[in-house]
Design a protein around this ligand. Sequence first.
Ligand code: SAM
Length: 229
Amino acid sequence: MGFVNRAKNVATKTKNYFVHDKELIDAFNKQYFDTRVWQNRTHWFGTRILKCPTDLWVYQEMFHELQPDLVIETGTFNGGSALYMAHLMDIVGKGEIITIDIEKKDVFPEHPRITYHTASSVAPETIAMVAEKVRGKKSVMVILDSDHSRDHVLQEMKLYHRFVSKGNYLIVEDSNLNGNPIHSELRHGPGPMEALHEFLQENSDFKIDKDREKFMVTFNPNGYLKRVQ
Ligand SMILES: C[S@@+](CC[C@H](N)C(=O)[O-])C[C@H]1O[C@@H](n2cnc3c(N)ncnc32)[C@H](O)[C@@H]1O
């Protein structure tokens, strides 16, 4: 079998594997989540980052592909994800990040591409500040990673989706909560997954890009939303 056919065969098998072994993949995702390694022992250049490494790899591919001029992140935590994205932008050679959190911390890493904004992500002044920053930017990505309750995420989606440029993404983080497939936070209740499905019922400008879940281990099932129009 030639190389091209072999590659096609592998691709088909990978796809089938994804479809047929959903139970296995869900079980592994739950197991990985329950280790809490992502919460306590995952760092980017010394700063804690609350992400799954396979999602960070997907981010890397997206940054190379989309070359964002601006990334808006809600939910800074310790600044690990902002620093990670700033380093990607250093490699790409362009871009800046606004990261928004209700809490300001001494541990926030300094980087010339990062602007920290202390306020609620849904405050009218925050939205006005973001709208000002977006003006004139061609490639804009939005990452929602703050309060993961359904109502808050839905409100963020309604407020922030207009900032995403066509072809770029609205990433809804932690859609794995509330049994999707993570059950360990039983008291969480409806979260990002429920918000994004409600949002998509009324908005056809965004489509779920399942290919961004190709590594099978993700905190963001259905959470990579591509702006298609
Ligand atoms: C999951 S953490 C962010 C993780 C971070 N992006 C990372 O990957 O390391 C969620 C953060 O959202 C913040 N947060 C909660 N409610 C918020 C709100 N209404 N507006 C902005 N940030 C909020 C919390 O203070 C917390 O730092």
